[in-house]
Design a protein around this ligand. Structure first.
Ligand code: ADP
Ligand code: MG
Length: 574
């Protein structure tokens, strides 16, 4: 947690203010019992009403000051802790946005969400407590001890008995609650994960009639968290009565010993009352410190989880001096081999090929053969394990990721639609697109047919994830988004599969015309989609088992011939 505190530095001024006002509050707190002793000793016992009014007025004034400084101190403590939380959240967010897919795979989505919300709240709360309470406790306990001893050393001895008893009690509470607090964050993670999976997979869960099972799974995790929280709360339920008990016994002893002293004439009644208040203040300070010590482990577990995210360097970094791309769109893979994190088998092995502007490249291969992986590498979502990928003759590791990706347009195999209007979704591909351009792109993607029939046309709202659209409609919108901007390289990853054959071929014909100056890569499971390409790569199990045109491959590649004969009829092949 200390390591996170460096981000508090820029709020030093507010922290100093908070602590100053807390200190003022503490000193004023210490002054009050003293005045009360005076009222009792000099005013009440002598029947001096004027004196009582006089000192009572002073007490009132001090109390007002006390409250004001408490408010100001709370204000600054809250300000510091909230700003700190805000900073942490945006830092974590920025860091995660810079992660390559590798790091996101490593953490998992739900824990990244918990870390950026709940965990930061924990740390933020403790910062507030530290500023507000812990700063007060030393003043109160040390100052209180000095004041109590100066009033009556004998009475103050009571502390020697009650403090140790309290420490023992708190020790046992802490011992039982600390591990529980630590495990709570993990349980929250789990709950979030199940909730997320259920929300995103709701259709599948219903279709497979797994609702009951999922309900139980959620309830299991929910129960688990509840039980832990309840356990903590049960222990805490004991704390208050226990502390009251210790305090009340302390009071009894004080009055008992004090009464004897007063009898002997060694002490005045007012002094007993003052010492009693001091001792209660001291004990309260220790309770405050202890409570923080109980909360600290949870917060430091959270802090560690936040630091893990902040400390995770993205494996994919921009070079110090990025090279300039020539913006033509030549692609070259040279002996590229790639292993996913922890995988024993390479997802791609020894891939070499070239693609030039104006060419249509088809990639075909069965599911899991590495087609999407190849695309991921070209966009540098992952870095190659061996070999190199060149664009316009420059290794893509030597250019900035932004520049690289600005050259490329990707239509992924699973269309991602964001909440907003259709127009906004298309504009992601080209911010300043005119309405005509949007409609043209929609027409090329064969999406205009259905969009034009919608009551509000391109202004129609789509829900998050595009759930109010069909799979094919989403796919067409994604294609329109992919082609609207002028790019050097266009990649269509298996995105024609949700279209029927006729639409598929119409889209491709339109693309031939529109994208004729660019390098176009079309990935598909369907022969018909790629058979007219200038060059076809046949992938099998992460390797290229054939490169060439349809005609050439029919002669040279067994795998290709098998795929073709399984999909096309005799006359289509001919
Ligand atoms: P395709 O797109 O040809 O269907 P992919 O390129 O998606 O195939 O996957 C190729 C192989 O890599 C598969 O065996 C798959 O299990 C594996 N793979 C894909 N993505 C990941 C990932 N993020 N982590 C680990 N393995 C992966
Ligand atoms: Mg794929």
């Amino acid at each position: 947690m200390i390591k996170l505190f460096k981000y508090l530095k820029k709020y030093s001024f507010f922290i100093v203010l908070a602590i100053t006002f807390v200190t003022i509050q503490g000193i004023l707190n210490l002054y009050l019992p003293n005045l009360m002793a005076d009222i009792v000793n000099k005013g009440v016992t002598r029947g001096d009403v004027d004196y009582i009014w006089n000192v009572g007025g002073k007490m009132l004034l001090i109390t007002l000051l006390n409250i004001s400084s408490a408010i100001v101190a709370t204000f600054f403590a809250a300000k510091v802790s909230m700003l700190f939380g805000k900073d942490l959240r945006s830092m974590v967010f920025k860091r995660v946005m810079n992660f390559s897919l590798n790091e996101i795979d490593k953490f998992g989505t739900s824990t990244l969400i918990t870390r950026n919300t709940n965990d930061i709240t924990q740390v933020q709360t403790v910062v507030f407590m530290l500023l507000r309470l812990v700063a007060l406790a030393p003043i109160m306990s040390i100052g209180g001890t000095i004041m109590a001893v100066s009033k009556s050393p004998k009475l103050s001895m009571v502390l020697l008995v009650s403090l140790p008893i309290m420490f023992v009690a708190i020790y046992f509470i802490a011992k039982y609650t600390m591990p529980l607090f630590r495990s709570m964050q993990k349980k929250i993670d789990k709950l979030n994960r199940i909730l997320r999976e259920n929300l995103t997979g709701v259709r599948v869960i219903r279709a497979f009639a797994k609702t009951e099972y999922e309900k139980k799974r959620f309830e299991g995790a929910n129960d688990d968290l509840t039980q832990t929280t309840l356990k903590v709360n049960r222990i805490f339920a004991l704390v208050f009565p226990m502390i009251m008990l210790i305090m009340n016994f302390t009071t009894i002893f004080l009055i008992w010993i004090g009464a004897v002293q007063v009898d002997k004439g060694a002490l005045q009644v007012g002094d007993i009352m003052a010492v009693m208040q001091y001792i209660l203040q001291i004990m309260f300070s220790f309770i405050m410190i202890s409570i923080i010590f109980i909360f600290l482990p949870r917060a430091s577990a959270s802090a560690e989880r936040i630091r893990e995210v902040l400390g995770m360097e993205s494996e994919i970094k921009d070079p110090d001096k990025p090279a300039e791309l020539k913006k033509k769109g030549e692609i070259e893979f040279k002996n590229v081999t790639f292993f996913y994190q922890g995988a024993k088998e390479p997802a791609l092995e020894n891939i070499s090929f070239k693609a030039n502007p104006g060419e249509f490249i088809g990639i075909i291969g069965s599911a899991g053969s590495g087609k999407s992986t190849l695309i991921n590498l070209l966009l540098r979502f992952y870095d190659v394990t061996n070999g190199e990928i060149l664009i316009d003759g420059i290794n893509i590791k030597q250019v900035s990721q932004k520049e690289l990706r600005e050259m490329i347009s990707l239509v992924p195999s699973r269309p991602i639609i964001f909440s907003g209007t259709i127009e906004e979704n298309i504009r992601i591909g080209k911010e300043d697109a005119t309405e005509e351009e949007i409609i043209e792109a929609l027409k090329i993607a064969q999406a205009w047919e259905f969009v034009s029939k919608l009551p509000e046309g391109i202004k129609t709202k789509v829900s998050q994830g595009g759930t109010n659209l069909s799979g094919g409609q989403k796919q067409r919108l994604a294609i329109a988004r992919g082609i609207i901007g002028k790019k050097n390289i266009y990649i269509f990853d298996d995105c024609f599969s949700a279209l029927d054959f006729k639409t598929d071929s119409r889209v491709r014909m339109a693309l031939r015309e529109k994208l004729k100056d660019s390098t176009v890569i079309i990935v598909s499971l369907r022969v018909a989609t790629i058979m007219n390409s200038d060059k076809i790569l046949v992938l099998d199990n992460g390797r290229i088992v054939g490169i060439g045109t349809h005609k050439e491959l029919m002669r040279t590649s067994k795998v290709y011939k098998e795929i073709v004969s399984s999909q096309l009829s005799e006359e289509e092949i001919a």
